[in-house]
Ligand binder design. Structure first.
Ligand SMILES: Cc1ncc(COP(=O)(O)O)c(C=O)c1O
Length: 408
């Protein structure tokens, strides 16, 4: 059968983080590996109440096929919700997706021919890499800096490619509390990247799952809002991290010609997003006390983050040569260990000691691999697990370094 698979599928290995997560099913493992928001902040009563109400009052519609582009009530609720973030769009600029990963897939399908080039950060979101790999994409990637994308480097790279007659198809970034690094792009860089996008006519894809999850520092405008509806930016959003991931509802926003095409693609793959789940999202936006909800989520996560950072300081003294980011929000931070450590090897050693993380290598675009980094999710483990897990991680790193020394 394998010989009949499409060429691109023969070597395709899927979402690598997913595979790592399967490896660590052991319930005794303390996992810093997932990307999970905490179930403690899910608004369970709202979800139960809305599901019951929708099923009782409108079963014919709720259980039927529904519109490809999404429920009008939800789209209108989102349009109002986005106004608070200074984004002003019409119905023709939005389509409901079956969550962020679907939103990313639509972008890849719309823009990419095999071997087309994407401009990206190094590292970047592994799920986007898995999706774009389906289109056989190539990359021009630049190391992310403390204040976000290396815009100058990207611009130089774009110039070089244009001189070779190869125009990148889009720029993909996660400006707020990036998955995996936790880094946030400064306003200056957002403006610079937008102006790069305009200068070269290369669309900018702004993936924004974590925007509401800021725990400290100043709110920074989204690139979409900075573009003021000039059509250079496509926004990818999801309810996964602000409500819950199990509903699988998100939305893409952008120029109407792009949204129209997204709807044709969605019609041919997913068809529609379940109405029941959309109704829950509508109730979340229209009826729930969002300010109180986000405040609770932010307090909950920021406490975990502070706890994690303290544990890192305690267990990783400076002379170990381990560095980590100090995010202002989101769910992840990024650890860089000495170059002689291969974090994929370390992953297996750590799993034996009952602690897990994501080896950073799954977050590097094709052709830009590095081996000495790891992604940490601090939002899901309990405080006790954080204390024990970081201690174990430090032990595993020290042991690895000692064994390396012995083998030299
Ligand atoms: C940057 C980024 N984009 C998109 C997604 C996908 O989100 P969803 O769970 O809504 O598919 C994630 C999930 O972790 C993410 O971190």
């Amino acid at each position: 059968m394998k010989s009949l698979f499409a060429t691109i599928m023969k070597e395709y290995e899927g979402y690598k983080i997913g595979k790592m997560l399967c490896y660590i099913q052991d319930p005794e493992i303390i996992s810093f590996a997932g990307g999970l928001p905490s179930t403690d902040v899910f608004p369970l009563d709202l979800i139960q109440k809305t599901a019951e109400k929708s099923l009782k009052s409108d079963p014919d519609h709720v259980l039927q096929y529904s519109s490809v582009t999404g429920e009008k009530e939800l789209m209108e609720a989102i349009i109002d919700y986005l106004k608070k973030d200074n984004i002003h769009i019409e119905l023709e600029n939005i389509m409901i997706t079956t969550s962020g990963q679907h939103g990313i897939d639509l972008v890849g399908r719309l823009f990419l021919d095999p071997k087309d080039i994407i401009v990206a950060d190094c590292p970047t979101f592994g799920g986007a890499l898995a999706s774009f790999e389906l289109e056989d994409a190539e990359y021009m990637a630049k190391d992310i800096e403390e204040d976000g994308s290396d815009v100058k480097g990207m611009e130089a790279g774009i110039e070089k490619l244009l001189n070779q007659g190869r125009k990148p198809k889009f720029i993909y970034v996660v400006p707020d509390f990036q998955n995996p690094s936790g880094i946030t792009m400064s306003l200056k860089k957002r403006l610079a990247l937008l102006s790069t996008s305009k200068k070269y006519g290369i669309p900018l894809i702004e993936d924004s799952p974590y925007r509401e999850l800021r725990y400290r520092g100043e709110h920074i405008p989204s690139i979409y809002s900075l573009d003021e509806n000039q059509g250079n930016v496509i926004g990818i959003y999801t309810f996964s991290k602000i409500l819950c991931p199990g509903l699988r509802v998100g939305f893409n926003i952008g120029p109407s010609e792009v949204i129209r095409k997204f709807s044709f693609i969605k019609g041919a793959n997913i068809l529609n997003t379940p109405k029941l789940n959309q109704d829950i999202c509508t109730a979340f936006l229209r009826e729930y006390d969002l300010d109180a909800h986000f405040k609770r989520a932010r307090n909950y996560y920021s406490e975990k983050l502070n706890f994690f950072l303290k544990a890192m300081e305690k267990n990783f003294p400076e002379d170990m040569g381990v560095k980590w980011t100090k995010p202002e929000g989101g769910l992840f931070l990024w650890i860089t260990v000495p170059e002689k450590i291969n974090t994929l090897e370390l992953f297996y050693a750590a799993a034996k000691e009952k602690v897990a993380f994501v080896p950073g290598e799954v977050c590097y675009p094709r052709g830009y691999l590095k081996h000495n980094t790891m992604r940490i999710n601090f939002s899901y483990p309990t405080k006790d697990e954080i204390v024990d897990g970081v201690k174990t991680l430090s032990f595993v790193v020290k042991k690895y370094l000692t064994e390396k020394k012995k083998n030299i």
